[in-house]
Design a protein around this ligand. Structure first.
Ligand code: MN
Length: 242
């Protein structure tokens, strides 16, 4: 069968997109994926975040920890017909509809899946600072860059045990720094997450052991601010999902 090269290229692009859900958030995807859920490959090489996170930690974190959240979520959500085919952010916002005997496992694993998709997406960059509207919002809502970093690092450091530090973004663009335990996420309250750092020990223990502060400080060096700026724009447009 012959095809003209342009058409072949177009087909290949469509197939690549279909096979790479991790790329979709950059395109301003309006809906999060629906169950049963899949684990997308990391959007970069495992050593892409070496300045802050070693390749072995990235591999274990993605291929075992994140994969377990996906598998456990799929096993549980198929037992909740009302939500089984809903987008992930809808499941997270409607946990009260999950029968009580399944609610804990759905909460932990749907939260884990959403949190880690966001986490992989916003890394792989060169650190530095954001520009444009996002930097203006940090200045307006969080007292400027230095105060923001200090506040975020404090949230990450003072989260007792396992959990996350997040920056949330309201529809009007207003930013806030929050912390949540376990795999909880502001998505569970209908909020939106601009960015977040995983402070479970599995995120840093191989290189940093008990030194969470060193990990939290190094993490800024691998952020991809253009991607976080795109999430900010999507949040204001109402298209940011997870
Ligand atoms: Mn994790």
């Amino acid at each position: 069968m012959t095809q003209n090269p342009g058409r072949r290229l177009l087909l290949r692009s469509a197939l690549t997109l279909a096979a790479a859900p991790a790329l979709l958030p950059r395109l301003g995807r309006a809906q999060a994926p629906t169950g049963p859920f899949t684990l997308a490959p990391l959007p970069y090489a495992a050593d892409a975040n070496e300045k802050a996170i070693d390749a072995r930690t990235m591999e274990i974190h993605h291929n075992f920890h994140h994969r377990a959240y996906v598998n456990n979520l799929n096993a549980a959500i198929t037992r909740v017909p009302a939500l089984a085919n809903q987008p992930l952010e809808v499941i997270l916002a409607r946990l009260q509809e999950v029968p009580e005997d399944l609610r804990g496992v759905v909460r932990n694993n749907a939260g884990g899946h959403a949190n880690h998709m966001m986490f992989w997406e916003i890394m792989g960059g060169r650190g530095g600072q954001p520009g444009g509207e996002l930097m203006a919002a940090i200045t307006r809502d969080l007292e400027g860059w230095d105060a923001f970093r200090t506040r975020f690092e404090r949230a990450a450091m003072t989260q007792f045990g396992s959990g996350w530090a997040f920056v949330t973004v309201a529809r009007d663009g207003k930013l806030a720094v929050v912390q949540r335990p376990n795999q909880d996420t502001p998505l569970m309250e209908g909020g939106r997450v601009l960015m977040g750092n995983d402070v479970w020990e599995h995120a840093y223990y191989l290189r940093y052991q008990n030194r969470r502060a060193d990990y939290v400080r190094a993490w800024w060096d691998v952020l991809d601010w253009p991607k976080i700026e795109a999430r900010y724009a999507a949040a204001k447009a109402g298209t940011l999902t997870i």
